[in-house]
Design a protein around this ligand. Sequence first.
Ligand SMILES: NC(=O)c1ccc[n+]([C@@H]2O[C@H](COP(=O)([O-])OP(=O)(O)OC[C@H]3O[C@@H](n4cnc5c(N)ncnc54)[C@H](OP(=O)(O)O)[C@@H]3O)[C@@H](O)[C@H]2O)c1
Length: 309
Amino acid sequence: MRVLLYTPSSKMLPEWRDALARALPEAEVRAWEPGLAWRADYAALWYPAAEVLAGQRGLKAIFNLGAGVEALLKRIALPPGVPLIRLEDAGMARQMAEYLTWAVLRYFRRLDVYAAQQSRAEWKLQRPLRHADFPVGVMGVGVLGTHVARALAALGFPVLGWSRGRKQIDGVRCFAGPAELDAFLGGSRALVCMLPHTADTGGILDRRTLFKLPAGGYVINVARGGLVVDDDLLAALDAGHLAGATLDVFHEEPLPAAHPYWRHPKVLITPHASAITHIDAAAAQIAGKIRRLERGEPVTGVVDLARGY
Ligand SMILES: NC(=O)c1ccc[n+]([C@@H]2O[C@H](COP(=O)([O-])OP(=O)(O)OC[C@H]3O[C@@H](n4cnc5c(N)ncnc54)[C@H](OP(=O)(O)O)[C@@H]3O)[C@@H](O)[C@H]2O)c1
C-alpha cells in the first residue's frame, strides 16, 4: 500500500512521514515532490500544492491533516468519487477545552480588567460576576464544540449550542439553523466560534449578528478568521457594544503587523495556537481509518462536499 504525503512545512514533513510510517508499517510512505511519478493508494495532505494529485489515478481516499478542510478545497480539485476525510479530535478537543476555559474565565473573573489596571498600578477590586449572568454560546457543536460545551457546562456556566441540525447535549441548551440563530446570539454573553469555514458561514460574524449579542458581550474565535468581518467586529468593540474579543485565527496569517487588532485595547491575540495537531495521534487515526477502508468498512469524518465540512 502506498501513501503520498504533502505538507508545505519542510520541518514538519519528516515528522509526519515518520509518524505515518510508524502507525502504518505495512505502507510505503513518500513525500510529494515536483515531477514525482508514483501512483498512490491514499494521499495525506495539508495546504497542498495545486499539482499534488496530478497523475494520480487509483486513489481510494484523501486525508486532510487537520480538522478544517476549506484550505484544501480551495487549493486542489478532488478526483471525482474519492472521499475526503478530515481529522476528528486527534488531541485537539482537549486543547480547545483548555484554551476556551481560559479565555472564558479570563473575562468572567475580570482578569482582562485587572491586567489593564496593573498597567496603571491601580488596585481596585471588580465586582464578581455570577455564572447565571454569564451564559456562553458555542457556535458549532460538532466534534470540538461539543467537547468544549461540556467543559464549560462542568464549570457551572449556562451553555448554549448552535448547529445546523438539532443536537442533544446534556447540560447544553441547543439551537439549530438560521431560524434560531438570533435567539442563540441574544442569550450568549460570551460567544465561542467553532464553526467550519464554508460558503454558508463565511462572514457570519458581521454587524448584524454581533449586535444581536447582549451589550457588554465577548467574542472568542478559534475557528477561522474568515468567519468574522473584521471592520464590523472593530466597530462593535469601538461602539462599546462588545467588551472584548479573543482571536486565534485571522483572514491573513500571520496577522499583518499593521492590522488594527494588534494594538486594540479590547483585543487579545494568539497565533493560531488554540489547538495544534498532535502528529502521532493524527497518524494513528489515519492508519486506523485506512485499515478500515481496506477491510471495506465505513469510516467517520468523511467530508460532505456539498456542505463544505
Ligand atoms: N484554531 C485552531 O487551531 C483550530 C484547530 C482545529 C479546528 N479548528 C476549526 O474548528 C472547526 C470545527 O471543527 P470540528 O472538528 O468541531 O468540526 P465539525 O465536527 O464538523 O463541527 C462543525 C459544527 O459546525 C456546525 N455547522 C456547520 N455549518 C453550519 C451552518 N451553516 N449553520 C449552523 N451550524 C453549522 C455543524 O452543525 P451539524 O452538527 O448540524 O453538522 C457542527 O456542529 C474546523 O472546521 C476548523 O476550522 C481550528
